[in-house]
Design a protein around this ligand. Structure first.
Ligand SMILES: Nc1ncnc2c1ncn2[C@@H]1O[C@H](COP(=O)(O)OP(=O)(O)OP(=O)(O)O)[C@@H](O)[C@H]1O
Length: 237
């Protein structure tokens, strides 16, 4: 089923990515539909970030193709492990992408402030963004993306360098966005986090998609021996 005017589902057909003659992703086919978060997990170097960058359009596939159901344009966004913030205030960082997106001037600040409120940074709006803690910076990056109301939000290891409290704050924001109807597609190293957030799990191993399975099924009865070994902690991260 597809809502009218939706950019979902997103389909990848036999996606491949090679660099310097080395295959990094091979033959990845998947469909991402609206609904609960899709969480991509797998050992170190499996190709999780590369897959996310391909889907977002930051990398061009060496093989296969990516098909959105509508004009994805600015309706999909990505937040990276280490956000790059402007050397300006928190508020200015949240306003800037709205200006780039052509949002009417009068609407920018209210939308940016609402997004800051959502991530718990409203009180820090006038602070220099680069003075924020790592967790606050990541929350600002999420606010900046959320202000654009994307239908799909790609998150690449958003909690990689955060402590448990900051991690939970980011997870709460991800949960809020998902509940509002934003499709979250996220990579993580943290199996606990995957259990907490995932509607479905995509398990990637050595550049191949081994499973795309509803989360409860994946964690209880993974279909592949590789995923079972990974869940037992037997695959190198
Ligand atoms: N643009 C690129 N050019 C060449 N090699 C790359 C490029 N991007 C990633 N790689 C290599 O591709 C492999 C997969 O990288 P990727 O970052 O997607 O893995 P990952 O699953 O996200 O790993 P990790 O869990 O360590 O973050 C790695 O061996 C990496 O060095």
């Amino acid at each position: 089923m597809r809502a009218p005017d939706s950019i979902l589902p997103l389909r990848a057909e036999r996606l491949g990515f090679s660099a310097g003659g080395v295959a990094i992703l091979s033959d990845v086919s998947l469909t991402l539909a609206a609904g609960a978060p899709s969480i991509i997990i797998g050992p170190n170097g499996a190709g999780k970030s590369v897959l996310l960058r391909l889907l977002h359009g930051l990398l061009a596939p060496s093989a296969g193709r990516i098909l959105w159901a509508g004009d994805a344009g600015r309706r999909q966004a990505m937040v990276f492990q280490r956000p790059v913030l402007l050397r300006r205030s928190v508020l200015a960082n949240a306003v800037y992408p709205l200006r780039l997106a052509g949002v009417a001037a009068a609407e920018r600040e209210p939308r940016a402030r609402a997004a800051l409120e959502m991530v718990g940074l409203a009180a820090l709006a006038e602070r220099p963004a680069r003075r924020l803690s790592g967790g606050e910076q990541q929350r600002l990056a999420l606010a900046r993306a959320a202000a654009l109301s994307p239908e799909v939000l790609f998150l690449d290891e958003p909690c990689a360098s955060l402590d448990p409290t900051a991690t939970r704050a980011v997870e709460d924001i991800v949960g809020t966005l998902a509940a509002r109807g934003t499709k979250i597609v996220m990579t993580t190293h943290d199996l606990g986090q995957a259990r907490r957030l995932a509607g479905e799990v995509l398990f990637l191993d050595r550049g191949r998609l081994q499973e795309q399975t509803p989360a409860a099924t994946f964690f209880n009865t993974p279909a592949t021996s590789g995923a079972a070994a990974f869940l037992r902690g037997e695959l190198v991260w």
